[in-house]
Write a protein that binds this ligand. Structure first.
Ligand SMILES: *[C@@H]1O[C@H](CO)[C@@H](O)[C@H](O)[C@H]1NC(C)=O
Ligand SMILES: *[C@@H]1O[C@H](CO)[C@@H](O)[C@H](O)[C@H]1NC(C)=O
Ligand SMILES: *[C@@H]1O[C@H](CO)[C@@H](O)[C@H](O)[C@H]1NC(C)=O
Ligand SMILES: *[C@@H]1O[C@H](CO)[C@@H](O)[C@H](O)[C@H]1NC(C)=O
Ligand SMILES: *[C@@H]1O[C@H](CO)[C@@H](O)[C@H](O)[C@H]1NC(C)=O
Ligand SMILES: *[C@@H]1O[C@H](CO)[C@@H](O)[C@H](O)[C@H]1NC(C)=O
Ligand SMILES: *[C@@H]1O[C@H](CO)[C@@H](O)[C@H](O)[C@H]1NC(C)=O
Ligand SMILES: *[C@@H]1O[C@H](CO)[C@@H](O)[C@H](O)[C@H]1NC(C)=O
Ligand SMILES: *[C@@H]1O[C@H](CO)[C@@H](O)[C@H](O)[C@H]1NC(C)=O
Ligand SMILES: *[C@@H]1O[C@H](CO)[C@@H](O)[C@H](O)[C@H]1NC(C)=O
Ligand SMILES: *[C@@H]1O[C@H](CO)[C@@H](O)[C@H](O)[C@H]1NC(C)=O
Length: 801
């Protein structure tokens, strides 16, 4: 349709167009636009300053989720996650079992969270149920109609399908495990000298055998069982314990001395021996090697005569056993008194069949001394009574008696005994609580009084002390201690927080409590010491914890506030705020007690000037009530921070408001050319500060932009309703179609966010590619006819020049 001659015409027309442009023609679309203010001869436009926009280094771009990684070696081969390799935000994918595993039930899904902007975030997923492929048939295993495996006859166990992936997930090896061949039980390991297990070889599972006692041992037998379904060749037969006794065994050879065997085979003691012969079978020294056992005989002792008893001490002086030096069993002898002792003799005997040399059975004869010499010297306390008798002397008491005594060296002497001297009881002060002054010397058969020692401050009852008749002991006074108490003591001097007012004690100034005076008994010194307690020194209260910025408070009024006093905490300039009262509790004695009160909330002044983007509203009725909001065209939530600086300075800082800007905006060309821009502006949701948030944006508007990147004219090229974006940024959320010729001076487009309060003060600039615009497109009739019209118009204009 289009021939080469058309091409030539077109080239010419474009040349004309370029000339027209250079000459300052500006009403190509019938619109006139005022030129930017020219600064000087170089014709550079001066742009009006725009509010600063803080761009984030890293926009939260929408990110596809990372593919699934599985650490478990088996599961990695089991699941096929290949469909989840590039899942975009909000998208899902399906997860299957990887061949040769077989899926039971449904596929499962993986999901990339909506609005995901985290790079390499893994898809969230759940595991499908995957089972192993069926294993091949194996000996010992069989499958029932429902597909369950069991062990065949001659095998036992719990069958189990094993499936282990081959290295690199190159398939899977599947086999059966758990059924084992039935085998006989092992013989029990026993002491073969005791037990006969010869009937127990090769006992099959479920079978049994008998275990007997090994000869010459005697005892019952027991049954040993091989458990059903035994598959372990080392499993021993199970049996009840069996006791085997060694009761008979070969006689010792030769017969041991002292023992004889009767015709009927019973062991007895030999002639000349006494006792009961006992025969016990005992294990031989070589039992473990040859199972030998032999009889051991005990119980017979040789019959021996009895010897005279050995006499010691006074017995040796008194008894004569010379007739009993060697007494044959069954024979008797006599024991006499040794001179000068007199008395009847006794009979002693050696028992029949005696086997103990000390076996003589004897009793001591009743030996006594009829008389002895008179004592050479009469000891004190005794005097003669008649010619042969004795009595106690004057001031002695008792029954005088003469006795004859034998010494260790068998000497005989006379001793007087039975008289004791009469003495008064003499009590002494041993305890400072009791007064024994009445009892210093109490004659026998008289009494005295024990009282409390008043001179030491004690008071109480009194008791009676008695010296018994015929008393011979100076410490013989019989008495009980009286009950004595001390209940008063002197007053200490004033001081240490205590003061005596009239007749009672009080806490001194600066002290609190209740006075408690006690008298403490000091036993060593025998005094009662006064002791005052109960008063504690009052303490000033401490400052409360002032938090992270203590310098914001003026606490000069509140250092060391005494109990019962109040003080004020103020905001320290440049901080501003109310004053709070603090109090120290009355009679405080705790040095750690802090002042009671609530710290004032200290703020700061207003930032001047108010930074752009913020608006401040003062309550018309209360100057101190100030509210903050984001200015027109700004989004977010306005807040004032009081930021502490060095040396207790404070900076009021406004935060929270930002200009919502489309996070991404690009021109996607469709078929621009011949001076006409044709395509669409693709744009993403608004970025407020560092995060995508469209909550303040109503819609987005696209305008032509001049070289200052400001919008040209007041009519938008198009709009896109907001609210389609996620929490992440991508440029294809909205699209505004463009099919328009740029006005004179246009360098691109600018995309604004429109808010409830008005249009954002700054927009995103999208440059226009002049090369693209100027491209020659052939075959578009509309363009061509328009171009022809323009060229014609231009030609007329040039001719006019
Ligand atoms: C005119 O603009 C040029 C470049 O923009 C600059 O160097 C020059 O100083 C300007 N002259 C005046 C008078 O502002
Ligand atoms: C995993 O799934 C994909 C797509 O369904 C399929 O092409 C591939 O063969 C599967 N891989 C395995 C090991 O099953
Ligand atoms: C499998 O998926 C189907 C369709 O998605 C559903 O109706 C069915 O309940 C699922 N079965 C199981 C066991 O989840
Ligand atoms: C010997 O064993 C059998 C069966 O085990 C039992 O009935 C019997 O009482 C046992 N005899 C003795 C003496 O223990
Ligand atoms: C052993 O007993 C027999 C008869 O019972 C007797 O004739 C013999 O003297 C006894 N021998 C000894 C050493 O006692
Ligand atoms: C010895 O024989 C006599 C009688 O014959 C008996 O009473 C005594 O207990 C026997 N045994 C010993 C160890 O003396
Ligand atoms: C007074 O002090 C004594 C001894 O310290 C104590 O046992 C007593 O309980 C106190 N009395 C009072 C009322 O505190
Ligand atoms: C006060 O506090 C200090 C440290 O916390 C502690 O060691 C001391 O025992 C406290 N004193 C009293 C009376 O509670
Ligand atoms: C500030 O807010 C007040 C009341 O909300 C409003 O009248 C005024 O126009 C706002 N000023 C700016 C600069 O946004
Ligand atoms: C978006 O901004 C609004 C107000 O500006 C705020 O209330 C909301 O919490 C923000 N949303 C997110 C997800 O940050
Ligand atoms: C403008 O578009 C042309 C052709 O489409 C391309 O080659 C060129 O790189 C573009 N220029 C810029 C600055 O993008």
């Amino acid at each position: 349709m289009h021939g080469p001659c058309f091409m030539e015409v077109y080239t010419l027309l474009v040349l004309l167009l370029v000339q027209a442009h250079a000459a300052g023609f500006d009403n190509l679309r019938g619109e006139r636009r005022l030129q930017d203010t020219m600064d000087n001869a170089s014709m550079q436009p001066v742009c009006t300053p725009k509010p600063a926009v803080s761009f984030v280094d890293q926009k939260p771009m929408c990110q596809p989720c990372a593919s699934i990684t599985i650490n478990d070696q088996v599961k990695r081969c089991m699941f096929n996650t290949s469909l989840c390799d590039a899942v975009g935000p909000g998208e899902t994918c399906m997860i299957d079992c990887a061949a040769p595993f077989v899926r039971v039930g449904n596929w499962t899904t993986g999901q990339c969270p909506k609005g995901n902007s985290i790079p390499d975030r893994m898809v969230m997923w759940s595991e499908p149920t995957c089972i192993c492929p069926e294993p091949d048939a194996q000996q010992g295993y069989a499958q029932d109609s429902s597909g369950r495996w069991h062990c065949t006859q001659g095998f036992a166990g719990v069958p189990e399908v094993v499936c282990e992936p081959l290295p690199g997930c190159a398939g899977v090896q599947t086999f059966l495990r758990g059924c084992d061949k039935l085998v006989p039980c092992a013989m029990p390991s026993v002491d073969n000298c005791r037990f006969d297990v010869s009937r127990c070889t090769q006992v099959p599972p479920g079978g049994s055998c008998e275990i007997h006692c090994q000869t010459p041992l005697t005892g019952n037998h027991t049954v040993a069982v091989c458990k059903d379904l035994n598959t372990d060749p080392l499993q021993e037969l199970d049996y009840f314990p069996l006791t085997c006794l060694l009761e008979s065994c070969p006689d010792p050879s030769p017969w041991p001395i002292g023992y004889n065997k009767t015709a009927d085979g019973k062991w007895v003691c030999a002639t000349g021996y006494n006792g009961t012969a006992r025969n016990r079978c005992e294990l031989g020294d070589t039992w473990t090697s040859d199972c030998s056992a032999a009889a051991a005989l005990t119980g017979c002792l040789q019959v021996v005569p009895c010897l005279a008893p050995t006499l010691t001490g006074l017995d040796g002086c008194t008894y004569d056993v010379s007739a009993c030096t060697s007494v044959n069993p069954g024979e008797q002898c006599e024991v006499h008194c040794k001179s000068p002792f007199t008395g009847a003799k006794t009979e002693a005997y050696c028992p029949d069949g005696n086997t103990d040399p000390n076996g003589l059975v004897w009793t001591r004869p009743p030996c006594g001394l009829d008389s002895c010499d008179e004592p050479g010297q009469v000891p004190a306390g005794y005097q003669r009574f008649g010619t042969t008798g004795w009595e106690c002397a004057q001031s002695y008491t008792g029954f005088a008696e003469k006795v004859c005594e034998t010494t260790e060296s068998c000497e005989i002497r006379a001793v007087l005994q039975g008289c004791l001297q009469l003495v008064p009881c003499e009590a002494q002060d041993t305890d400072c609580r009791y007064d024994f002054s009445d009892c210093m010397s109490v004659q026998p058969n008289s009494q005295c009084t024990v009282t409390c020692k008043a001179q030491n401050g004690f008071a109480g009852s009194s008791t009676t002390g008695t010296c018994l008749q015929g008393n011979t002991d100076v410490n013989g006074l019989v008495y009980t201690n009286p009950v004595c108490v001390i209940n008063s003591c002197s007053d200490p001097a004033n001081g240490n927080g205590y003061v005596k007012v009239e007749d009672h004690w009080e806490c001194a100034d600066g002290y609190s409590g209740r006075v408690n005076k006690t008298c403490m008994w000091m036993e060593d010194e025998c005094v009662a010491e006064p002791l005052l307690s109960g008063c504690v020194m009052e303490q000033p209260c401490r400052l409360p914890d002032l938090g992270p910025v203590p310098c914001m408070y003026d606490v000069s009024d509140c250092t060391a506030v005494p109990p019962g006093q109040v003080c004020s905490v103020r905001c320290q300039s440049p901080y501003l705020g109310p004053t709070s009262d603090f109090a120290c509790p009355v009679a405080n004695t705790d040095p750690n007690r802090t002042l009671l009160g609530v710290l004032p909330v200290c703020g700061c002044g207003e930032p001047t000037p108010l930074p752009p983007g913020y608006n401040l509203t003062q309550d018309p009725f209360d100057d101190n009530k100030i509210t903050y909001s984001c200015a027109e065209g700004y989004g977010g939530f306005a807040r004032k921070l009081c930021q502490p600086g060095p040396d207790c300075t404070v900076d009021p800082l406004m935060t929270g408001c930002a200009i919502p800007l489309s996070c991404e905006a690009i021109f996607v060309d469709d078929s621009s050319g011949n001076g006409l821009a044709r395509g669409a502006i693709h744009l993403g949701p608004a970025l407020v500060g560092a995060s995508v948030n469209e909550s303040d944006v109503l819609y987005y508007e696209v305008f032509w932009a001049d070289s200052c990147e400001d919008r040209m004219g007041s009519t938008a090229l198009g709009q896109a309703q907001a609210g389609m974006g996620d929490a992440c940024c991508r440029s294809d959320v909205y699209s505004v179609p463009i099919d328009s010729r740029p006005p004179e001076g246009a360098t691109g487009w600018v995309v604004y966010s429109a808010l409830r309060g008005g249009r954002a003060p700054v927009g995103v600039f999208v440059p226009l590619n002049q090369t693209m615009l100027n491209a020659i497109v052939i075959g578009n009739n509309a363009h061509f006819s328009q171009t022809v019209w323009i060229v014609f118009w231009l030609a007329v204009a040039i001719i006019g020049f």
